[in-house]
Write a protein that binds this ligand. Sequence first.
Ligand code: HEC
Ligand code: HEC
Length: 227
Amino acid sequence: MHKVLWLTALVFLGGGIAQVAGAQGQVADSPDVSEMAQIRAELDERIAEIKGNEEEHQRLMEEGRNRTVLCRTCHGLDGEAVKPGTPNLAGQNPSYIVDQFHRFADGRRYDFLMSNLAKTFDHEETVNIALYYSDLDGVSSGGGNPALMDQGQALYEERCASCHGDDGRGQEGYARLAGQQYDYLVKMLHEFKDRTGRRFNPWMSGVALKLNEEQIQAVSTYVSNLK
Ligand code: HEC
Ligand code: HEC
């Protein structure tokens, strides 16, 4: 495959083949759905195993916390983001955090800083960081346009809850959305919808393509105000 330069995502639906061109030009095959489910199941199992041993759990969380000194400048002291366009990590699902770190590291997701940073962590360190952040209490950032709240709730219940959970806290490794930063939610829905190549997921692109601008704002308002 020749090098595709900037921001191109090729999706061959129907054939079930999905490829995404990372913003640096490398092309990464996105693993198929069953492979993703398997990776997630393995991570969930590993995390449950660690949590079954309280001493080990505490030790690894402490190691994770020690690696978050740099992270705090953007993701906040307690996992509530302090920089625009940055997600909260507090209360996020651990296997989702690990999965996203791997995506940054191998080019399936792209953000200049996060991609370079993720490459400097090995799998175990990532698991420790995920254990640490997932244990912090989730925060409710609020924001958005209150006039769109009811529309957002209806959209969420109809189109999002089946994967992200009735309470927005994610289930089986899906991303927690509850209380997430409004501007970050809007930004991500656009990444999926516009297929910028910075981030790709066949399900989410399918969902986001059907949202117009007002609906993106409405559902982001509802979600960022969930507790
Ligand atoms: C300079 C600011 C900055 C620093 C430092 C930083 N991040 Fe990030 N992080 C971001 C931004 C911005 C994003 C959103 C990227 C995007 O647009 O895709 C992000 C995304 C993430 C995500 C994906 C979360 C999600 O909801 O999908 C994880 C996980 C993450 N960062 C963990 C970390 C960890 C762990 C550290 C420290 C080792 C760290 N970050 C350091 C700015 C930062
Ligand atoms: C079929 C399952 C499914 C449905 C339905 C779904 N999502 Fe998702 N969503 C996912 C998956 C899987 C991811 C993780 C994508 C990845 O790996 O990059 C995700 C990620 C996201 C993210 C990024 C979270 C973060 O922390 O970066 C947002 C925002 C999001 N979804 C919003 C929504 C909204 C809003 C709806 C409804 C309009 C919705 N999703 C419906 C499966 C779903």
